[in-house]
Design a protein around this ligand. Sequence first.
Ligand SMILES: [Zn+2]
Length: 170
Amino acid sequence: MVIRFRNYGTRLSDFEEEILVSCPQCYAYGGLRLRTAKILTVNSDKRITCQHCSYTKQHSKNGKRKATLPLWQNNSKAKSNSDYEILDHFFGLPLWLQTSCCGQVLWAYNKAHLKFLESYVQSRLRERLPDDTLGWHNGSLASRLPRWIKLTQHREKILQKIQQLKHSLE
Ligand SMILES: [Zn+2]
């Protein structure tokens, strides 16, 4: 069966409304297990909250963004440093959903983002459809995915890792 992929209009920013990160306070408490905290967009401000320890902090829209994410580029750092982590760019905290994969780092902001990646990798036939309002463009997430995610020989491995990441949400 040919699975079609039609989400070419999706942008990375579409998933920014909810970003799962490791809670810094749970970590500081020396908990046996890292806990997730959520960064949510509240009236264009970002607010992080942890439902486990009630940690909360706000990041105003005027505040500086932290070091930018090495988005979907193949990053050489991931190869040389196994501890390399992808950080969110508002609070600089490690993303909850990240794992090494094929010598790179596979990461996602949240469950919906993970599902997007899954359906992308699962699809055998990828179609580029023009955006309804913008026409053809290169701003979409799918057109910016790094090459290693698109390689057929990595499909099985990536899907396996996506399953592992899904389990970490349970
Ligand atoms: Zn916490």
